[in-house]
Design a protein around this ligand. Structure first.
Ligand code: SF4
Length: 156
């Protein structure tokens, strides 16, 4: 979910590298001068994602308007193998590609909603992939790059 992510970034696994780089960049944020340059860059790169917290109603609405859904572990999980396991719902072309490479399983719309309902304590985050809201994540705030960026005050 970071930077101008594309569907291809997800099914190839490149997204994991992008998220790792964002975490590294965020660590530099505390360094004077260098930190402010890095911080600006992170901000600019986050913008196209339009990533933000969502409600279950938002998620239901995206799922309802979709033509295909898949569910699977959130994409950043390999970076934090000891963290709480939660899942994401992927939509349309992202869902098709993630299912094709077995990184997610095809689900009905009802199953997609039920998947998200399994993790009520993990905040929902939606983000644009290839310019559309195609990822609905039950995020893990301790490790999620979005929540970490918010804590720094860099984003929204
Ligand atoms: S927890 Fe955050 S960083 Fe990880 S996949 Fe979800 S939205 Fe992306």
């Amino acid at each position: 979910m970071l930077m101008m992510a594309t569907v291809e970034d997800y099914w190839t696994g490149r997204i994991v590298r992008l998220i790792r780089l964002a975490h590294l960049a965020l660590h530099m944020e505390g360094i004077p001068i260098l930190g402010s340059v890095v911080g600006k860059k992170i901000e600019q790169r986050m913008e196209p994602l339009d990533i933000h917290p969502a409600t279950m109603d938002d998620a239901r609405s995206i799922i309802e308007q979709s033509r295909y859904c898949a569910a699977g572990s959130r994409v950043c999980l390999p970076l934090f193998p000891g963290s709480v396991v939660t899942e994401s719902v992927f939509i349309d072309e992202l869902a098709e590609q993630m299912a094709a490479v077995k990184k997610a399983r095809p689900v009905t719309k009802d199953q997609a909603v039920a998947t998200l309902l399994q993790y009520p304590h993990n905040p929902l985050v939606i983000s644009k992939v290839s310019g559309r809201y195609l990822e609905i994540c039950r995020s893990e705030p301790e490790t999620c790059i979005y929540w970490k960026i918010r804590k720094t005050g860099l984003n929204r």
